[in-house]
Design a protein. Structure first.
Length: 630
């Protein structure tokens, strides 16, 4: 059965092909013409068909080579492809010239489509924006487009809806899920006079706000703008084959020129024969094996990653992983599990930890608050009976109270309790729930967001790979961040960050890394991470519990959310580069031997072509080994 995502990708492919119908059409015609040419027996007609097919297959490459020459950038893969295939045509090897160009163009088409997909993912962010706003019109509430709402308007925020614009609460109270902006699991209690930001989700009661910003200046709109701008600024690292060709091409051209000029500097006869040898030299040097095996190595690596439930968008990401200077992490949901867990209970005044947990769980049994669910889970794990509760009452921003086994129980913030608390209580950096039983302070429950099991080994792995700077960028406060990640030993921790703040730090790291010809990676999972993911040279997102925006923008998506998969990606990048160099080395050694034989007239073109095809097949089989990588 075709899924919605698969249907969307197919529609994007059709749209992309339609937008590039001239390029696609000419390539198809070139392939058909080359196939037709083998059926033609009249030489002149066959050559004409060959030339038509060659021009249709190669005109973008020829045009790009010409443009690069004008710009002073001569020795790239376009120039090498041009001179090699033109040389093949001059000595009559038309099928060789056409086939190389066709393979190259197909690879270019697939790469352009991948880029188009990443651009398309940006439009998915628009789904994050609230689709309507309830505005006060006389005595009624009317649903309008949020973009039509201006500053100082009165809006109603219903339970389960997102706040469409920034504003101040003027009536009612509720709890807001701010994870979309901060990435943190804590809820924000809001009442009259409190500021609320667009993009936050109303968890409980309806309330009213007066907007303090126009739609274009609201927080969520700014985040989406940051994402778009960051993605445009993100530089595309030069392809490996381009970097290789910049060194390989001038050597090949120089060799061909030297062979062609031999008669001018020696007594060698037959200048035409030496010119033919120079052309044969160029054909032998044609990077057919490289054009096929290098991209195929990367595609095989991407397929191997997919089998391990890791999605990698584009070969460039694997290249960049081998050039990292800085790796930055989000905290909640990335390094940590993204949910609270009772880590410690500190009893007082003769009460036990079990009593405190049992009474507090009784109060929280009807609540959907994340902290309440964590306390319920701890009580269940302790195999304690859930006691009944009566006269339940909750104070927004304070706590919850009720009667359990005839005793009044209060649980919440420190200043909400009515009893005297010990003066020596120190802040822990964790979330603290203070408990009062009857008139006495009973103790406190400490909850924290625990690290994922593989977090420590991942940091150690990055240290072993000589990553110079490992940093934490989090929306949580500094004390919580330090407490939660104390065992990881970051080089730098930046806390209390909004999306724009994270982006500023990322731009700073990128500038520093690029000055050293190095790259920067960011690992995150939330909507608040979207601008940084769009900006980072390599972005990694959690695919199981991560936000849709983060998944759409990331270069690497970990479908199981396991940090071990990041190590797998690095090892796969190492293996891919090793196979690429094996293929290049194999091709160059055999080509070098044939080039020497060809230069001295000891190898015919057919032998060279046969050897080239053989090298290509060996390189292809070697590249396919990555598909079987475990």
């Amino acid at each position: 059965m075709i899924t919605t995502k698969q249907r969307g990708r197919f529609q994007l492919l059709v749209k992309f092909a339609t937008a590039n119908k001239v390029a696609v059409g000419t390539l198809i015609i070139a392939i058909l013409l080359m196939s037709l040419s083998f059926l033609v027996v009249i030489d002149e007609i066959q050559i004409a068909i060959y030339l038509m097919a060659y021009f249709l297959a190669s005109y973008p490459v020829l045009f790009q080579a010409g443009q690069n020459i004008i710009r002073g950038r001569i020795f790239d893969e376009n120039f090498l492809m041009t001179i090699a295939t033109v040389g093949a045509i001059v000595i009559g090897e038309y099928p060789e010239a056409i086939a190389v160009m066709v393979f190259y163009r197909i690879g270019e088409f697939l790469e352009d489509y991948a880029i188009e997909r990443s651009k398309h993912s940006l439009s998915q962010l628009l789904q994050l924006q609230p689709q309507q706003a309830w505005i006060k019109a006389g005595h009624n509430w009317t649903a309008v487009d949020p973009a039509e709402v201006s500053k100082s308007s009165r809006l109603l925020i219903k339970p389960g809806e997102k706040v469409p614009l920034d504003g101040i609460v003027v009536a009612g109270n509720s709890f807001l899920n701010t994870a979309a902006l901060t990435g943190e699991a804590q809820l924000q209690s809001v009442s009259v006079g409190d500021q609320v930001l667009s993009g936050t989700l109303n968890q409980e009661n309806a309330f009213e706000i007066e907007t303090t910003q126009d739609y274009a200046d609201s927080t969520l709109t700014k985040i989406l703008k940051l994402v778009t701008e960051a993605s445009h600024k993100k530089t595309v690292t030069e392809k490996f084959i381009t970097r290789f060709a910049s060194k390989y091409t001038p050597l090949v051209v120089l060799g061909a020129v030297i062979i062609a000029l031999v008669p001018l500097f020696s007594n060698a006869a037959e200048p035409q024969e030496w010119f033919r040898r120079a052309l044969v030299f160029l054909v032998i040097a044609c990077p057919c094996a490289l054009v096929l095996s290098v991209p195929l190595s990367y595609f095989s690596a991407l397929g191997a990653a997919a089998k391990q439930k890791i999605l990698i968008r584009g070969s460039n990401s694997l290249d960049k992983l081998l050039q990292l200077q800085t790796v930055a992490f989000d905290k909640t949901g990335t390094l940590t599990q993204g949910k609270f867990k009772v880590t410690k209970i500190e009893p007082a005044n003769g009460f036990t930890a079990a009593e405190i947990l049992k009474f507090t769980a009784a109060l929280e049994q009807q609540s959907n608050h994340p902290l309440a669910r964590s306390i319920m889970a701890a009580n269940q794990a302790a195999k304690q009976t859930l006691l009944p509760v009566s006269d339940l009452s909750e104070t927004a921003g304070g706590g919850i109270s009720g009667v359990v086994t005839g005793k009044i129980i209060r649980a919440g913030k420190k200043n909400w309790l009515t009893c005297n608390l010990p003066t020596e209580l120190a802040a822990t950096g964790m979330t603290e729930i203070y408990v009062q039983i009857a008139t006495k302070y009973a103790g406190r429950i400490l909850l924290a967001d625990c690290l994922k099991p593989a977090a420590s080994s991942l940091i150690s792995f990055l240290r072993q790979r000589q990553v110079k700077n490992i940093v934490l960028l989090t929306g949580d406060n500094l004390k919580n961040a330090q407490q939660a990640t104390a065992s990881l030993q970051f080089d730098e921790i930046q806390a209390d960050l909004l999306p724009a703040d994270k982006l500023k730090f990322m731009e700073h790291y990128r500038q520093s890394a690029h000055n050293q010809r190095r790259q920067v990676m960011f690992v995150g999972d939330g909507v608040n991470d979207a601008p940084v993911l769009a900006s980072a040279d390599v972005s990694v997102a959690m695919g199981k519990n991560g936000a849709a925006a983060a998944i759409e923008l990331a270069d690497v998506v970990l479908l199981t959310d396991q940090l071990e998969q990041i190590q797998q990606v690095f090892l796969l990048a190492d293996k891919t580069r090793r196979i690429v160099w094996e293929n290049i080395g194999l091709a160059l050694v055999i080509k070098f031997i044939l080039l020497l034989l060809g230069a001295f007239g000891l190898a015919t073109l057919w032998e060279a072509v046969f050897a080239d095809v053989g090298v290509t097949l060996l390189a292809v089989f070697n590249a396919l080994r990555l598909q079987w990588q475990k």
